[in-house]
Structure formats: structure tokens, C-alpha cells
Design a protein around this ligand. Structure first.
Ligand code: COA
Length: 207
């Protein structure tokens, strides 16, 4: 039940690559603020909000079922090859639950306090099922967040973290990942896709 090519074009995304598969039951707000690379899959019941801030979705990415990408206020960047597992949520704006401010978008904005910042996933970063990523956090190249985690700090390249709040539990093998990343870059280039020049793509050089 995916949208056809002409339907995708009519939605008016800011940019749209090749072989983009979006399930009809995904809910997307602010198409004109959303950039989509190539070979992207967005599954049923994913919800994505954008505008005025942009949501940049790189090539070879997967946004699984029942995910929530709240990018409207702070923006979200998903580097190529990154993935969001089912039921995970990325909040680029988070209301302050600790002070005397009121909360929730139905009360006037001047009575609330919201912390806002772009969430950036480097290439091949993986967010496990039912995890939550707070505003402004960066996940480095090929980092991994285990299931049911709260990402309340930066995750370094190749780092494996899990828990609430996250703690470091390991490091993914850099040599293997770089070799396979190089292979993907070459294959993408053969398809006319320059993944390293996409938003977040330059983070591939970090370690
Ligand atoms: C974080 C993860 C990558 C760790 O994998 P691993 O290194 O093989 O971990 P292990 O199974 O050896 O567990 C190591 C320890 O961490 C604990 N642990 C593992 N994953 C955890 C998680 N997500 N949250 C809290 N604790 C976790 C284990 O209970 C174990 O604890 P112990 O040392 O006290 O016995 C993995 O457990 C995970 O969560 N993967 C993401 C799965 C997912 O959501 N995939 C998306 C669909 S494909």
C-alpha cells in the first residue's frame, strides 16, 4: 500500500529522490519542508512533522512503523543509511516539565517554555525500538541506541548505548563499518547518488 510516483510528486516535497516508498497510512505534515533522498522507506503509521524547520531524510534510510518524528520546531536530519525502529520518537522541541511554566500546545505559548534544537543522526546511526531522542541531540556516525532508551546526551560515532538515561555499553567495529560504508558510497555513486554531500553526510568522516 505505498504511494505511487505521481502521487509522491503531487505532495510537493522540498526535494524527492528515486525509489521512495511511503506507506499510505503514514501521516506527514509540512511536505514543502521535507527533503527526501533516494531509496527511502517510510512505513505505516509513522508521523512526521516539519515546518518552519526542515526535516532532511538522507538516502538509504528507513523510518519504521509507529515512529514519531517531530521536526517542525527544531528540525531533524537523518544521515544516509540511518534507521528509526518501530515506536521510536524524535522530539526536536521539548516542553519544560520541571519549572513553573504550563505545558502542552493547547495553552498559550507565552505561558510555556520549550527547549528546541535540531536532532542530527549521522550516517548509519540506528535508533532502537521505542526509544526517545530529545531535542538537539546528535548521534554520531554508525552509533547505535538500544531498544527502550532515553537519549538525553550526544552519542559519539560508533558508540553503542542503551538504557534510561543512556549509558555506553560498547563500540561498533569501525574498520568493518567504514569498509561497508565505502562500498555503499561507491554503489550509490554508480546510481548517481552522492550520499556524502547530503545533509548529515559529512559526518561520515568523524570518529
Ligand atoms: C543495545 C543492544 C544493541 C545490546 O546488544 P548486546 O550487546 O548483544 O547486548 P546483550 O544482549 O549482550 O546485553 C548486555 C546487557 O545489557 C542489557 N541490555 C541489552 N539491551 C538493553 C536495552 N535496550 N536496554 C537496557 N538494557 C539492555 C542486557 O540485559 C545485559 O545486561 P546484563 O549485563 O546485566 O546481563 C541490544 O540489546 C538492543 O537493544 N538492540 C536494539 C534492538 C532494536 O530495537 N532493533 C530494532 C529493530 S531491527
Amino acid at each position: 500500500m505505498i504511494l505511487g510516483d505521481s502521487e509522491l510528486r503531487e505532495l510537493g516535497f522540498a526535494s524527492l529522490g528515486e525509489n521512495v516508498r511511503i506507506d499510505r497510512r503514514a501521516t506527514i505534515f509540512g511536505h514543502e519542508h521535507i527533503h527526501l533522498g533516494s531509496h527511502v522507506r517510510i512505513d505505516s503509521f509513522a508521523v512526521i512533522t516539519a515546518g518552519p524547520a526542515s526535516v532532511e531524510i538522507g538516502s538509504f534510510t528507513h523510518i519504521a512503523a509507529h515512529t514519531y518524528l517531530s521536526g517542525a520546531q527544531g528540525g531533524i536530519t537523518l544521515g544516509y543509511g540511518s534507521g528509526i525502529a518501530p515506536f521510536a520518537a524524535l522530539y526536536s522541541a521539548v516542553e519544560d516539565y520541571t519549572t513553573g511554566r504550563l505545558t502542552n500546545p493547547s495553552v498559550p505559548a507565552d505561558l510555556r517554555e520549550t527547549s528546541v534544537g535540531r536532532i542530527v543522526l549521522g550516517p548509519h546511526a540506528a535508533v532502537g525500538s521505542s526509544s526517545v531522542v530529545l531535542d538537539g541531540r546528535h548521534l554520531g556516525f554508525a552509533s547505535a541506541v538500544g531498544a527502550l532508551s532515553l537519549v538525553n546526551r550526544r552519542v559519539r560515532p560508533f558508540e553503542v548505548v542503551h538504557g534510561n538515561p543512556i549509558r555506553r555499553v560498547g563500540r561498533r567495529p569501525e574498520v568493518d563499518l567504514r569498509r561497508r560504508d565505502d562500498e555503499l558510497v561507491v554503489r550509490a555513486a554508480a546510481m548517481g547518488i552522492d550520499v556524502r554531500s547530503e545533509p548529515g553526510g559529512s559526518l561520515a568522516g568523524t570518529s
